[in-house]
Design a protein around this ligand. Sequence first.
Ligand code: GAR
Length: 220
Amino acid sequence: MTRRRTAVLISGRGSNMAALLTAARDPAYPAEIALVLANRADAGGLALAAAAGVPTAVVESRPFRGDRAAHEAAVQAVLEAHDIGLLCLAGYMRLLTPFLVGRWAGRMLNIHPSLLPAFPGLDTHARALAAGVKLHGCTVHLVTEEMDAGPILAQAAVPVLPGDDAASLGARVLAQEHVIYPMALALVAGRAATPPAADVALSNPLPTPPSLPKPQSSSE
Ligand code: GAR
């Protein structure tokens, strides 16, 4: 089996990247993590990747001063130098231009901390709480030009519990991100060039609902 050479793009701590690295330790996993690339030299995930023996690269976005296409061209050059075939965005906090999106169409995945299409963008946990939803979760999708809107590959739902704040809800969601991202990458990597259908959906058990009063019979 040829394992697909995959790069993980990060901007921060890299816990999803670490989940992908763990999954890819299994020789039967259809992707190998061949590169971890960050747009910030202080991304915590870089040290994790290096400790795991994975090649790392930094293409700082700041010096490009808003010239996103030029930054992406520099990223693309590094990806080509490492012979990368699949991309996973994992907390990569950059809006992408058609330059990268077009080159990686069907081969670039993203993880987002909400049940898309609900709550695209930032601050998803606080917004879910403010909206009063009872279910929240995370989504892995293919990246298209419209932000957080590409075909959905996998989702996991978690309950919103009484007393939740953005941190507690976010932690519950993050644990599920670490489950579905490796599943979704395996789905894409295992199917070569064919874009996968939306055929993975995880739903977590909900807490037992409060008991309802018995309906009164009409004869009483
Ligand atoms: C994750 O929760 C991921 O879903 C989110 O950033 C976090 C990165 O954490 N991504 C986005 O919000 C993208 N819009 P990590 O660095 O520990 O994987």
